[in-house]
Design a protein around this ligand. Structure first.
Ligand code: HEC
Length: 149
């Protein structure tokens, strides 16, 4: 019960920040944006990043191939350090760290799988995993680097 209340409050608080993303949709549309984002997340991202966004074990350590495992999306990770533009790009075009010893994209590209609206929705969901401070920082970063039009 308490947990449910907390979750609802988090969503409501986040609503203000997400409204810009929702492009003027009424606040009732904000909840469905997050629900859509969560369902995209569970379907396409949770297998690597964990159902709670906890990431893979030893995500900070390169594996035998010199590749980094999928990182967490919560406060302990660095997803929140990327602007909206960068997060969109990482998800649409995929990503690998330049120091990975392999050439492949360890983070697959979803540009042909997800619609632009679904990518925005999943980013909105990722934001629910951050602290208020991280959200504020990321929102500022995104003012000059927003989602692509
Ligand atoms: C096949 C496993 C896999 C799937 C599926 C996957 N990712 Fe990733 N993701 C990775 C890996 C591995 C990295 C780290 C790559 C690196 O830094 O070298 C990563 C990195 C990221 C980053 C950058 C995080 C940071 O801290 O810089 C974001 C954002 C991200 N993924 C979002 C998503 C989203 C959203 C989805 C679902 C649409 C998703 N990922 C699906 C493996 C995956």
């Amino acid at each position: 019960m308490h947990k449910r209340w907390l979750l609802t409050t988090t969503w409501l608080l986040l609503g203000a920040g997400v409204q810009a993303i929702a492009d003027g949709n009424p606040v009732s549309g904000t909840t469905s944006l997050l629900q859509e984002g969560e369902s995209v997340y569970q379907q396409y991202c949770a297998s690597c990043h964990g159902s709670q966004g906890e990431g893979m074990p030893n995500w900070e350590r390169q594996d035998d191939q010199g590749e980094l495992p999928a990182p967490p999306h919560g406060p302990e990770g660095h997803t929140w350090k990327h602007s909206d533009a960068m997060l969109y790009r990482i998800i649409a075009e995929g990503w690998r760290d330049p120091w990975n010893k392999t050439e492949r994209l360890t983070m697959p590209a979803f540009g042909d799988i997800l619609t632009p609206a679904e990518i925005r929705a999943v980013v909105a969901y990722l934001k629910t995993l951050w602290t208020a401070e991280q959200r504020r920082h990321q929102e500022e970063e995104s003012q000059n680097e927003p989602f692509p039009p």
